[in-house]
Design a protein around this ligand. Sequence first.
Ligand code: ACO
Length: 323
Amino acid sequence: MNERHSIVRSVGAYLPARILTNDELAKMVDTSDEWIVQRTGIRQRHIAAEGENTSDLAAAAGRKALENAGVGIEDIDLIIVATTTPDMTFPATATLVQQKLGMHHGAAFDLQAVCSGFVFAVATADSYLKNNLARRVLVIGAETFSRILDWTDRTTCVLFGDGAGAVVMELGKEGPPERGVLASSLRSDGRHWNKLYTDGGPSSTRSMGLVRMEGKEVFKHAVGMITDVVHNVLDAAGYGIDDLDWFVPHQANKRIIDGAGVKLGIPPEKVVVTVDRHANTSAASVPLALSTAVADGRIKRGDLVMIEAMGGGFTWGASLIRW
Ligand code: ACO
């Protein structure tokens, strides 16, 4: 088969300097380190500084990915930023990132699929590349989720953090698919919109709203949805669970990650977990986890990597990548 695949050439990440621990949170709301660790696996999260916006985090992660790819911004012709926390209602945060990186050609747009945003963006970039709509794409997941949290609501404020991750994607050589995105599966079902949402927005309230969530409902659906798309992707690519080298799930909650791992039959040593240090960074969580596992030498060239995410909407999806 001579179909060309879009390869992931590099990954980069950025985390704000400020770390907020569970013990500090316990001074703000009625919670404890023990409760948070036991129910979620989260020990700390990073919080963006005053004046540090999503586009700043995104640009920093993007710069790192470009550096790791050994390419310049002139070599990029499309920027996709997956985010739920844009700097402004408009213009797209991606255009602000474009400006910050000094790119005046090509195109840039935002993609909104909440926590699934990065997986949706990888699949979108893959399609753009295969259809000759772009040559090399900077795909970024970036969030300042701390800005849309109700810091008096202990059921949500303990779960999230800020951060950004990015990958450079480009079309690989013609020939057998030695590297690249082998298959993707994207899903959504708007019947579940009111289980995880913000209680406002430009059109409905002329404000941005804050995160509201029915945690138990999210939990109930998460594992089944995740395992469904992972199986779809494996079937489409002609691989089985045992072929996977690494499972890089969305980092929402250690219990959801463990539940999905057990249901899929993936041994814990193949699962990349960063939720303990980053909490749930929404669209940034998968590229942050990828970056961590590439930087510490776990994910290597040629490894078979499954990324997946699930979030508000609900949206959910997975991609299989030969690294
Ligand atoms: N600290 C202490 N107590 C708390 C806290 C807290 N931070 N939050 C809730 N509680 C209390 C509740 O008030 C409740 O008290 P009560 O029994 O007196 O009423 C008790 O703890 C149990 O609450 P539950 O909601 O039943 O706790 P549960 O075991 O379901 O855990 C959690 C809550 C962690 C949110 C869980 O439902 C969950 O992980 N859901 C998935 C949600 C998620 O990960 N969302 C992220 C976004 S979606 C995504 O990215 C996939």
